[in-house]
Design a protein around this ligand. Structure first.
Ligand SMILES: CC(C)(COP(=O)(O)OP(=O)(O)OC[C@H]1O[C@@H](n2cnc3c(N)ncnc32)[C@H](O)[C@@H]1OP(=O)(O)O)[C@@H](O)C(=O)NCCC(=O)NCCS
Length: 252
């Protein structure tokens, strides 16, 4: 075979019939290049603070190896089908290890989404999950979702988690608007969002994928709430003033 024939043959294999491995390699090289060229800059969150962030006795911090059992139990707890757009809950330590690698890469290199563990700042006991991401093509906008473990629900922790997330996001100066979207079948998320000053902006038909307990997928309408930085800060100032007037109402 001549040199020209060899080159033609290799080129044919590389370009015309790449193997699955070559296709994956090409896709991930393309993806890395797109990040490097700044094509995803509008998906980047403010840099993550090394120790996480804390407010009202709750801390958001990166996941660790030791959180595996807690996290797997959370994902498989009742009520979580309303949380994460139809994903199957993880069940194995290997799946948790993949998640851990992914969350670390997102925090350290790609700056979003941030998938964080919420814990009691004093005791370190896990309370829930906080996931935060940028909303693409919405100027300076971020969205977040909270998932509490069943023992921490219905005690006002959802409201504290939302205030923690917004205080950090707005405090960075990079974010001017924050959104939450939940299924219309999730009254606790709706009432909790309104409690932190996030008005219902619109109902989006068919926008929220839910995986039912039996494993089927269902599409619910999504209920979109939002708040602007000035309105959040005015609400926080008002809450502070109310607390000074009535010192016993510690976190209301
Ligand atoms: C949604 C979730 C974060 C809410 O947090 P929470 O701390 O458990 O919320 P609460 O039960 O304290 O409810 C928040 C507010 O809504 C009110 N509320 C809840 N359900 C209600 C209902 N059916 N009708 C009227 N009010 C309701 C509560 O009374 C509370 O108001 P208050 O603070 O004035 O007392 C939590 O239930 C959770 O993690 N669920 C599973 C995952 C999920 O669905 N996440 C949201 C996806 S975006």
């Amino acid at each position: 075979m001549t040199l020209t024939q060899t080159v033609t043959r290799v080129a044919h294999h590389v370009t015309a019939a790449p193997t699955a491995g070559a296709r994956r390699l090409r896709a991930s090289a393309g993806e890395a290049l797109r990040w490097r060229l700044g094509m995803y800059d509008d998906l980047r969150l403010p840099p993550f603070p090394a120790d996480g962030f804390t407010h009202l006795g709750m801390r958001a911090r990166p996941y660790r190896e030791a959180d595996a059992a807690w996290r797997l139990a959370l994902e498989n707890s009742p009520g979580m089908e309303l949380w994460e757009n139809g994903d199957r809950p993880r069940t194995t330590l290997d799946e948790y290890a993949d998640l851990l690698r992914w969350t670390r890469r997102r925090i350290e290199r790609e700056r979003g989404p941030y998938v964080l563990l919420l814990e009691d700042a004093a005791t370190g006991i896990p309370v829930g999950d906080l996931s935060i991401w940028r909303v693409r093509e919405h100027y300076r906008t971020a969205e977040f979702a909270v998932a509490l473990d069943p023992g921490s629900r219905a005690h006002g922790n959802g409201v504290v988690a939302a205030r923690l997330a917004m205080r950090w996001l707005f405090g960075t100066g990079e974010i001017g608007r924050v959104e939450i979207t939940h299924s219309v079948e999730n009254p606790a998320a709706c009432y909790g969002s309104k409690r932190v000053g996030m008005a219902v902006e619109t109902i989006i038909p068919d926008a929220y994928a839910v995986r039912t307990r039996s494993g089927e997928e269902r599409r619910d309408a999504g209920c979109l709430h939002s708040i602007l930085r000035d309105d959040f800060e005015a609400g926080e100032a008002e809450r502070l003033a109310a607390r000074r007037r009535a010192p016993s109402a510690a976190t209301s």
